[in-house]
Design a protein around this ligand. Sequence first.
Ligand code: NAD
Length: 247
Amino acid sequence: MLKGKTAIITGGTRGIGFATVKKFLENGANVALLGSREETVEKALEILKKDFDSSRFIGLYPDLNSKSEIASALETIKNTFGSIDILVNNAGISATSKLYDYAEEDFAKIMALNVNAVFNCSKAAAIYMKNQGGGVILNTSSMVSIYGQPAGVGYPASKFAVNGLTKSLARELGKDHIRVNAVAPGVTKTDMVAALPDSMIQPLIATIPLGRIGEPEEVANAFLFLASDMASYITGTILQVDGAAMT
Ligand code: NAD
C-alpha cells in the first residue's frame, strides 16, 4: 500500500510508533524512525534488522523543538531515500497531575512535545511535500481530545490542539495536495498500559463497548489506511480507534 514512499515516524522506537514503523515497512515504504535518544533508536533498529532489509530504514534522534536539528534530519532522510512523502507525528508524553499540583513547567513540557513539535515537523516536512507535488501528514491525537480527562489537563489540552492543527492544516495545505489527518487512539496496550495491574485494567475495560483495550497494531492499521492512496479523498479527519470508549 505504500510502495516507493518515504515515511518519517516520530516516537518510532516503541509502542504505537514502532508498530507503525513495522506496518509501513511491511507495506513497502522506506522509513525514518525518530526517537529521543541514541540508545533507544539503536535498539529499535536492531529489532527491525531481523525482519527487514536494513537499506530501507534509518534512525535519527533530533530535538523536535530545534528548527535546525529537524532541518538537518529531513535533509538526511531526503538524501537517503530521495523523497519525503509521509510524516507521522506520533511522539507524545502525558501526565496525570491534578490542577492544584500541576507545575507550570510540566504543562509547558507537554505542550512543547505534543503540540509545538507537531507544528515544527509539519512545517519542515510540508515544504518538501509541496515541492514534490504532494504528501501526507498524520498526527496522533487521543480519545481524550473528544471528551477531556478528569485530571492531567495538559494532556487533553495538547490533543485538542493536535485536532486543531489537523483540521486547519488540512484546509490550508489541500491546494498543495498535502492531506492532513489524525488518529485518536483509545487505551492502547503499549509498555505503560501493559504494566498496569489487573485491578486497574479491568474497570477500564468495563467501560469499553468492544470489551478490551486496543493493540498498537490496530492503531498502525489506521495510520496505514490514512497514509495510503485508499484515503485519497480524506483530509481533516480525526479517526477514532478506541472501541467506542467514552471514559
Ligand atoms: P510510548 O511512551 O510507548 O512511546 C512514546 C514515543 O515518543 C517513544 O518512541 C519516545 O522515544 C518518544 N518520545 C518521548 N519523548 C520524546 C521527546 N522529548 N522527543 C522525541 N521523542 C520522544 O507512547 P505510546 O503509548 O506509543 O504513544 C504514542 C502516541 O500515542 C502519543 O502521542 C500518545 O499521546 C498517543 N496515545 C497513546 C495512547 C495509549 O493508550 N498508549 C492512547 C491515546 C493516544
